[in-house]
Design a protein around this ligand. Structure first.
Ligand code: NAD
Length: 432
């Protein structure tokens, strides 16, 4: 099938490359960012994601994938269009639909002179009702066509994780297809025929809510284990032993019970907040969601509080911050705990030396004032302490020799590490 994808970011690009390879479809990626489009057409991957650069290069070479800035043309020349633009958070926590609205209008323009049946699929995470109340009316107005008659509409949420985005897209647990009508849903189910996984057909609104409920439950699991972890710290218990014991219960499962310095990223913080804000608009009190957010906010700077147990006055102290991305395997720093930790350290007068294998350029935009190093050894040298905020595998190679280069051999772990250094030199945020 010929597919266009409007919005070529962390979701749109892996989905595009994935559909071109696994589904054997012809994909046109659309973005307003000219530099991104040019890179893709040269076979270069504009984001850091495992295995994506190789597949993207191959798909471009094989003529299965190309990119453009022209939405109208891409829509006109395809039979299915995915809408995968960003849905960031506004200051008050609610969802910002500006990109969605604009992209819906652009898609409508592309459909105006098109005779053949076309299905528009919302892939961005949007609060229930958005597809029906915001996307469809805009497409109808710009195209002069009627949804459910002249064109089809689906809502197909994406569950991939950054860092393993391509693999997750290619091997999902399930595919959720919210449909305006049966014809639209069947077309998208057929498009996914190469994906041998359960496919759930729902209403548009149920599909929209499935995404928020999934992300909110996962985020709640993390805040829950962090709360238990804070108790473990008091009691000198290892929270990982507790998580293992709890997680072996198949009703609970061990995933997302890794306690640490709080969750970040472009999804959990914004999605939990957006759902809470949406519930408040409906005069409902999102108690669990609000607590999930609150526990996470407090968790993010726990490492700095614990550092102050060693240095009540941090002014003039040099602190190495290892790991800036919100998790390993990505260059994405959106809502990363490292942002708040660096702000707090600077506020308390510390000098910060930071290192990350992939995310330094992105963090420079947020924190241009600190020193960045080109490896962890340099960051550790002469530091009064180090904080590990992202568990990149390479930090497991930190050795006793590296610690000897520090002013004080002290590592506070915001993520559980597997390196072989002495117990007295390492402390966990929620474990001894
Ligand atoms: P992103 O910011 O990485 O990418 C969005 C892209 O859309 C950008 O490249 C931007 O230039 C482009 N864009 C904006 N307006 C446009 C327009 N009118 N026409 C064409 N392109 C336009 O965002 P993302 O992380 O890929 O997220 C996209 C959506 O998917 C969001 O709703 C997000 O919540 C959801 N989601 C994200 C993830 C994730 O891990 N990042 C996972 C699942 C779902």
């Amino acid at each position: 099938m010929d597919i266009s994808i409007v919005g070529t970011g962390y979701v749109g690009l892996p989905a595009g490359a994935g559909l071109a390879s696994k589904g054997n479809h012809n994909v046109t990626c659309v973005d307003i960012d000219e530099e991104k489009v040019e890179k893709i057409n040269n076979g270069e991957c504009p984001i850091y994601e495992e295995d994506l650069p190789e597949l993207l290069e191959k798909m471009v070479e094989d003529g299965k994938l190309s990119a453009t800035t022209n939405t109208s043309d891409a829509v006109h020349n395809s039979e299915i269009t995915f809408l995968a633009v960003g849905t960031p958070m506004q200051e008050d926590g609610s969802i910002n639909l500006d990109y969605i609205k604009q992209a819906a209008e652009d898609i409508g323009e592309g459909l105006r002179d098109k005779e053949e049946y076309h299905v528009v699929v919302v892939k961005s995470t949007v609060v229930p009702g958005t597809t029906e109340n915001e996307v469809i009316p805009r497409i109808e107005e710009k195209s002069g066509k009627k949804a459910g008659e002249d064109f089809g509409v689906c809502m197909n949420p994406e569950f991939l994780r950054e860092g393993t985005a391509l693999n997750d897209f290619l091997n999902p647990d399930r595919i959720v297809i919210g449909e305006l009508d049966e014809k639209s849903g069947s077309k998208i189910e057929e498009m996914y025929s190469a994906f041998d996984v359960p496919k759930i057909r729902t209403s548009l609104q149920a599909a929209e809510l499935i995404k928020y409920a999934s992300n909110s439950l996962l985020a709640t699991k993390i805040s829950f284990i962090n709360e238990i972890g804070n108790l473990c710290k008091e009691l000198n218990i290892d929270v990982y032993e507790v998580a293992d014991g709890v997680g072996l219960d198949h009703r609970i499962n061990r995933d997302f019970l890794d306690s640490g310095a709080g969750f970040g990223g472009s999804c959990f913080p914004k999605d939990v907040r957006a759902l809470a804000s949406f519930m408040e608009e409906k005069n409902l009190d999102p108690k669990i969601l609000n607590d999930t957010i609150q526990v996470n906010e407090e968790q993010k700077t726990k490492l700095v509080e614990q550092l102050q147990d060693h240095y009540p006055d941090l002014s003039g102290k040099t602190i190495a911050v290892l790991g800036l991305a919100f998790k390993p395997g990505t260059d994405d720093i959106r809502q990363s705990p490292a942002i708040d930790i660096i702000s707090e350290l600077k506020y308390l007068g510390a000098e910060v030396k930071a290192y990350d294998p992939k995310a330094i350029e992105n963090m420079k935009q947020k924190h241009p004032e600190i020193q960045y190093t080109s490896n962890y050894e340099e960051a550790l040298k002469d530091a009064d302490a180090a904080l590990i905020v992202t568990d990149w595998k390479e930090f497991n190679q930190i050795s006793r020799e590296d610690l000897q280069e520090m002013n004080k051999a002290l590592i506070l772990e915001g993520r559980r590490m597997e390196y072989k250094i002495d117990k007295e030199n390492r402390k966990g945020v929620t474990w001894p």
